[in-house]
Write a protein of this length. Structure first.
Length: 343
């Protein structure tokens, strides 16, 4: 379990961390030109996604939707299209809903505490703490996988945890005690920066760590062994899809709003809803991808339009090749369609 010893050294820990951050913080667009809107967008985009992936999306997003009001007036399809390739599309839908709510609130009445921000769509404890500490100096500490990794090493915590969420609960009080009350936003960003650039999952760069003097894991030589999180058990799945063209049109499926994932996006249709039998021949293409705990093999078979039922099921549509660029897809489906058209 986390140690109380570190909490007693909080002032020295804060000073070492913030001094390092002031000298080493990366020049990121949401930091160089800070705004509440930019902070919100960056926090939504950075969930489950690396900074290097987010950078071009963030710049393009702010050019297209420079503020909450502009985003609120966009259609959901436009928003999903702009998010295409970032994955976890519920983030885009929730950000869109949040923009609609925030744009109705006068700027002077916008809440500044993390508890109030939890009421907005898609905002959990981590995002609320990050947004409010950075934008409003609210003294709320962020706790995520980065923070858990750093503190489990500093405290040499060898406890077994189910996952980082389970571990985060154990660290919540300690993280709050360590928070720099004068610069809470910078402190939170410094912890993120430390986890991203120094205290890596594998091969932490301990010799460059600004808080090494506080680290029991480093002193005991176990930094790479903690935190001890249960490994994700992956489940293998196979999906059979159809590639059907009729002249300059291709058949697609629009994922309905009732779906659990990726609602509103377009995809190559699966065989079963179209009453198509799996051919004995080799697939036209075979692709692999992972979604959460699933490792999926996607088999894409070529069919003639003549094999289709006379009446297509709801949410299936023919799309002209020239119109494909206007529709939102997941990153993999966009790549597959582009590859198949090129072939």
């Amino acid at each position: 379990m986390p140690s109380d010893n570190l909490a007693k050294q909080a002032p020295a820990f804060r000073a070492a961390l913030i001094d390092w951050y002031d000298q080493n913080a990366r020049d990121l667009p949401w930091r160089s030109a800070p705004s509440t809107y930019g902070t919100v967008v960056s926090e939504f985009m950075l969930q489950q996604t690396q900074v290097k992936t987010v950078l071009p999306y963030f710049d393009a997003w702010l050019k297209k939707y420079p503020n909450f009001k502009q985003l609120a007036t966009a259609s959901e399809e436009q928003v999903l299209k702009s998010w295409e390739g970032l994955g976890y599309y519920s983030r885009a839908r929730n950000l869109h809903k949040l923009a609609k709510e925030v744009s109705e609130i006068p700027e002077s009445e916008l809440p500044t505490d993390s508890k109030s921000w939890l009421k907005f769509p898609g905002v959990g404890p981590y995002a609320a703490a990050a947004i409010c500490s950075i934008s409003f100096d609210d003294p709320s500490a962020v706790v995520d996988g980065n923070v858990v990794r750093i503190l489990s090493r500093i405290t040499a915590d060898e406890s077994d945890y189910k996952n980082s969420t389970d571990a985060a609960k154990s660290y919540r009080d300690l993280v709050q005690e360590l928070l720099n009350p004068e610069r809470p936003g910078d402190h939170n960003q410094a912890m993120m920066e430390l986890g991203a650039t120094v205290c890596h999952k594998q091969s932490p760069n301990c010799l460059l760590c600004p808080v090494r003097e506080f680290c029991k894991g480093y002193a005991e030589g176990i930094a790479e062994e903690v935190p001890k999180l249960a490994k994700t058990k992956f489940e293998d799945k196979s999906v059979n899809r159809a590639w059907i063209q009729d002249g300059k049109r291709v058949l697609l499926h629009k994922i309905p709003d009732s779906a659990k994932r990726m609602k509103g996006l377009h995809e190559l249709p699966e065989l079963l809803p179209l009453k198509l039998a799996t051919p004995k021949a080799k697939p036209l293409a075979k692709r692999k991808r992972s979604i959460t705990r699933y490792r999926i093999t996607e088999n894409i078979y070529k069919f003639s339009p003549a094999k289709l039922p006379q009446q297509l099921p709801t949410d299936y549509l023919w799309v002209e090749h020239s119109k494909l660029g206007e529709l939102p897809f997941s990153g993999p489906h966009r790549r597959w369609i582009t590859e198949l058209l090129d072939d």
